[in-house]
Ligand binder design. Structure first.
Ligand SMILES: Cc1cc2nc3c(=O)[nH]c(=O)nc-3n(C[C@H](O)[C@H](O)[C@H](O)COP(=O)(O)OP(=O)(O)OC[C@H]3O[C@@H](n4cnc5c(N)ncnc54)[C@H](O)[C@@H]3O)c2cc1C
Length: 438
């Protein structure tokens, strides 16, 4: 496919990554095609995983979604879609059971099953096992009219797809503290279940350290404490304690499409204020039920004089030295400066994620992206990256737009609406009349 005598096929859209964001986009495109809307838009998505997978390392058995099932991939855009979570439940024969459950928050595993069911139904649009390594400009005179998206498969073979528009939906990357590398005994929570699954069947770890104060950190501490009943679990957090996520109705409106409009229009200092005010809807916060459960367990162990869950609050990891035997961790109390050695078999850093940066893939094109004074890409309301006017093709971002579109940028909440906005933008530029909107 890399070189051919024939002119290459030109796709209207090539998607980088096939997580929930670009899966949502492929569904909206499929529905649009079924409805015969003009112009028809062709698309191919490239995904580096060998099969669909959504944060597999954190599919902890009893972990639930942090968002209502009504914010699935379609419902807020098209409540009649048969790609909804409710359609999935109907398909697998669990709709009544779910209704009786009276919850808005499915199990994470169940949502993964839903996403996989959706992905299988649009499989003709995806090439799995293809990692995008470069996006090259295609010139017509001085202008860049198309983009060649270069992907590599596991055998090192390259495929090149030509596109009028590229949509980056490449998600999040695990963040480790500076100077800390992952190893056989030191993991980011992204790989938790994968690494635990690799332990020898008779492995009997006796001590874990879990670093972090957010939802993932609390889930990991909870999971390890239950799964290894003979292990000490040391939670290390710089806060005074786990703090609840704000899921209250007025605050939740920050995830609504109208909030994206307001955020995008706002001056930078208002954007910064809003982000600060509403960080606790998502960052370094924990579901109140889980906080209650961890506290209950911690307290019961105190009563029974058998403490296995240890909370090192206002603390940080000040030292980490690994040997074949384990990891010697030094925990420092931020108030007193006192250092406590904590020997561990394994250390899990639940220290967050950062959005993947598309710019390293762009090569010489990166210089044509308009940036803010802070060096971040300027992204238009329709998620199109602002470039100099030599580019007539489109670069779109799904994710990595928190600075321009607000806190929902990396979440599921807005996917259904966002993908329609991207399709409208692409279709309008391709000559669609207003009534053909997604
Ligand atoms: C454990 C966990 C739980 C979460 N739970 C929730 C929740 O309950 N509610 C919520 O709203 N949000 C939640 N989130 C936030 C999360 O970001 C979204 O759920 C969702 O994953 C965003 O989808 P995405 O497609 O943008 O990114 P991702 O899901 O990260 O998908 C990106 C995809 O792109 C692929 N990729 C990356 N680079 C390349 C490349 N160069 N070439 C080819 N493929 C590439 C990756 O393999 C991946 O499949 C959670 C996050 C985590 C880590």
């Amino acid at each position: 496919m890399a070189s051919t005598d024939h002119p290459p096929v030109v796709h209207d859209l090539v998607g980088v990554g096939f997580g929930p964001s670009n899966l949502g986009l492929s569904i909206a495109l499929a529905e649009r095609r079924d409805q015969g809307r003009y112009p028809p838009l062709s698309a191919v998505f490239l995904e580096r995983q060998e099969a669909f997978g959504w944060h597999r390392g954190m599919l902890i058995d009893d972990a639930t979604m942090q968002v209502s099932f009504l914010k699935d991939l379609v419902t807020t855009r098209n409540p009649a879609s048969d790609f909804s979570f409710l359609s999935f439940l109907h398909h697998v024969g669990r709709l009544h059971d779910f209704i009786n459950h009276k919850t808005l928050f499915p199990l994470r595993q169940e949502f993964h099953d839903y996403l996989t069911w959706c992905a299988e139904r649009v499989a003709d649009q995806v090439r799995y096992g293809h990692e995008v390594v470069e996006v090259r400009p295609v010139y017509s005179g001085e202008r860049v009219t198309h983009l060649d998206v270069v992907a590599e498969n596991g055998a090192g073979e390259q495929a090149v797809l030509r596109a009028r528009n590229v949509v980056f939906g490449s998600g999040l990357r695990p963040r480790m503290p500076e100077g800390v590398e992952q190893s056989a005994r030191v993991w980011h929570n992204e790989y938790l279940l994968t690494r635990l699954g690799e332990l020898a069947p008779k492995a009997d770890p006796r001590s874990f350290v879990v670093v972090g104060a957010g939802q993932s950190a609390a889930e990991v501490a909870d999971h390890l404490h239950q799964r290894f009943p003979r292990a000490q679990v040391h939670a290390v957090l710089s806060r005074y304690g786990y703090s609840p996520s704000d899921d209250s109705p007025f605050a939740n409106r920050i995830f609504d499409p109208e909030a994206v409009d307001a955020f995008h229009r706002a001056p930078q200092e208002v954007k910064d204020q809003l982000t600060g005010y509403h960080r606790n809807t998502n960052y370094s916060v924990v579901d109140p039920d889980l906080i209650g459960e961890l506290y209950r367990r911690h307290y019961a162990e105190k009563v029974h004089g058998d403490q296995r869950l240890h909370l090192h609050n206002t603390s940080r990891v000040a030292g980490l030295s690994e040997s074949t035997e384990g990891v010697a961790v030094v925990v420092e109390d931020l108030v007193t400066g006192k250092q406590t050695p904590v020997p561990a078999n394994y250390v899990v850093f639940a220290t967050g994620y950062h959005p993947a940066d598309a710019r390293p893939l762009l090569g010489e094109l990166a210089d044509r992206v308009v940036t803010t004074p802070e060096g971040r890409p300027v992204v238009e309301r329709d998620y199109r990256v602002a470039t100099d006017d030599t580019l007539t093709c489109g670069l779109y971002l799904q994710g990595g737009t928190e600075h321009s579109h607000g806190v929902s940028a990396s979440l599921l909440s807005n996917i259904a609406t966002r993908v329609a906005e991207i399709i409208d933008s692409v279709a309008t530029r391709a000559g669609a009349p207003a009534e053909e909107r997604a």
